[in-house]
Design a protein around this ligand. Structure first.
Ligand code: NAD
Length: 549
């Protein structure tokens, strides 16, 4: 659940019952509820017409309407808003028929207690959102728009174009895990999406975030396809995720969630099928649990089922920092291209997780002054440059940047608009839009995050002369070292950190040259050129494999 405060309308003519429900809901902290009471159907419908209601608790026996008619009249005015029926013990058959007709759930009034009430509403809202948003995600629309633009410009075979617009395989699961309070069982939605199965196994991270849905995971899987194609890696794109807030879970809850999610997606993953890796909200530890769960089912250790696992389990040296490191190698290439001396240049980094913190550190090692960084708690800014070791120590101790003493607080929005040489968005999607693009004042935009820039913003950045290192290139260091990890795993052979970093540098520099050359040759922006590189390779492979049957 992403919103902090949810508005619930209670349509109930028994004032004692209504106030009891109000009291139970108002005691809930996460999520917190604002409760509005009405006691007739007419009033309820009028309130719905004003908008802003997240969920409704509806009694079917009201002074101005009774039984199923109450639900159908109400539903006609609010078919998008989730409705939970308040039922008497004798009316449960009626309530079940309302659920058949579109209500999300029903609760028996005499048995209502706090956790069940809160959970019923949370799940009802979650399910209603999932139903309307699974495919209609802005991220999927962005990924498809970007692809269609590149396909058009490169004259991509129309059969291939249609084939690549949606993923080849998607798995949507809903599954339970036990909270630490053993009485509580949460049910969450999980996904694994494989976009292209043509190139070899599929490859892509797993994201734990409250905003995850099928469309978002599909967009990320599509970008993985282009990224692997562009880097000449023998993988198609995949992605997975669970719609959950990992920061609200304890370590043991996270472990139970991961193990159950792994067994749900077990049939479609494997070292030669589909190889997960970390993404937002997941890390080495999550990969270790995933690998262990998969291995338990096989009866022997299968380290190559995931990448980004701890080194002691067959992970690769340098994998954890690979995305940030690759990003900085690419910034070096871009700086040479635009004639920027990185020594003494300035940088701003949004997101201080795996990608952002490593990117900041490697930029600083290149002599760049990192003047601002941010995370979910907000940003910190110091024109003289931040002491990154002190910042990292502060985050280790406090989990977030907020409260770091030797800098001024700044919002994530303001941070993006700071004048700097290198701006690296390394957190979420859709950060640079038509609304703020003209105020972005950097020379190089290095997209560590996936999908941080909308298509309209791209046009503005091109006009302003910003040199864009697009996500599928800028953050490809992660999947490249994941590939190295998989190769080392399948050969049971370990490379040194020097070998890994040097191979990474060569791989991203070669990809940069291919993309830059295409961008000049075809007179297109760097993003379109990168997409063309990726899509051309997939198209060639698809055409040479032919069509079955
Ligand atoms: P992470 O979970 O380690 O870190 C995410 C960071 O973003 C945290 O600092 C968090 O506080 C911050 N954040 C969250 N919400 C925010 C908000 N609303 N405003 C500002 N900051 C916010 O995740 P990560 O692995 O570093 O991934 C970050 C991005 O990089 C994602 O888009 C991911 O898809 C992409 N990416 C990651 C990898 C990888 O290897 N981990 C590889 C390629 C791309």
């Amino acid at each position: 659940m992403t919103d902090d405060r949810l508005t619930v309308l209670v349509v109930e003519d028994n004032p004692v019952q209504a106030r009891l429900i109000q009291g139970l809901l108002e005691r809930s902290a996460a999520p917190s509820f604002q409760v509005e009471l009405t006691d007739t159907l007419a009033q309820g419908i009028r309130r719905m017409e004003e908008g802003g209601v997240d969920a409704v608790l509806l009694d079917l026996m009201l002074p101005d309407s009774e039984e199923l008619e109450t639900f159908s009249r109400f539903h006609a005015h609010a078919d998008e808003t989730p409705v939970v029926i308040l039922s008497g013990l004798d009316d449960m058959a009626l309530a079940a028929r309302a659920v058949e007709g579109g209500a999300q759930d029903y609760l028996v009034k005499d048995r209502i207690e706090g956790p069940a009430l809160v959970r019923s509403l949370r799940y009802a809202i979650d399910r209603a959102r999932a139903r309307s948003a699974e495919w209609h995600s802005p991220m999927l629309r962005l990924a498809q728009q970007q692809f269609l633009k590149a396909a058009q410009l490169m004259g991509l075979d129309d059969n291939i174009r249609q084939r690549l617009l949606f993923p080849e395989r998607t798995l949507l699961v809903s599954f339970p895990f036990r909270r630490d309070d053993r009485a509580e069982v949460e049910t969450v939605f999980g996904y694994r999406v494989q976009h292209v199965l043509t190139m070899g196994p599929t490859k892509g991270g797993i994201r734990y975030h409250p905003g995850v849905n099928l469309g978002e995971v599909s967009a990320l899987a599509m970008w993985m396809t282009w990224k692997c194609g562009l880097m000449h890696l023998p993988f198609g794109g995949a992605k997975g995720g669970v719609r959950v807030d990992p920061t609200a879970l304890s370590r043991s809850e996270l472990q139970r969630l991961t193990r159950r999610y792994t067994s749900e997606i077990f049939p479609i993953i494997g070292p030669e099928r589909d190889i997960p890796a970390p993404d937002m909200g997941t890390n080495e530890q999550v990969m270790a649990w995933l690998m262990d769960t998969y291995s338990q089912q096989h009866g022997h250790a299968v380290p190559t089922v995931v990448t980004g696992k701890p080194v002691v389990l067959g992970g690769s040296l340098g994998r954890k920092e690979a995305t940030g490191r690759g990003l900085v190698y690419l910034v070096e290439e871009a700086a040479r291209t635009v004639g920027l001396d990185l020594e003494g240049a300035t940088a701003v980094v949004q997101g201080f997780g795996n990608v952002g913190s490593h990117a900041a550190r490697f930029l600083a090692e290149d002599g760049v002054k990192v003047v601002a960084v941010s995370d979910v708690s907000g940003g910190i800014h110091n024109d003289r440059g931040l002491d990154l070791e002190a910042v990292e120590a502060h985050v280790r101790e406090n989990r977030v940047l907020q409260g770091f003493p030797e800098a001024d607080p700044i919002t994530n929005r303001e941070l993006l608009e700071l004048p700097c040489d290198v701006l690296a968005p390394c957190a979420l999607q859709s950060q640079i839009t038509a609304e703020n693009a003209s105020r972005i004042r950097c020379r190089i935009l290095a997209e560590g995050a996936n999908g941080p820039t909308t298509l309209e913003a791209d046009d503005i950045l091109t006009e302003e002369g910003v040199f864009v290192l697009p996500d599928i290139l800028a953050n490809a260091g992660g999947v490249t070292v994941s590939y190295f990890e998989w190769v080392q795993g399948t050969q049971n052979y370990m490379w040194t950190l020097e070998q890994i970093n040097e191979r990474l540098r060569q791989a991203v520099a070669a990809a940069f040259r291919r993309v830059h050359a295409r961008s000049e040759r075809e007179e297109v922006d760097m993003r379109t050129a990168a997409l063309m590189e990726g899509a051309a390779r997939v198209s060639e492979a698809k055409l040479s494999r032919g069509l079955f049957p």
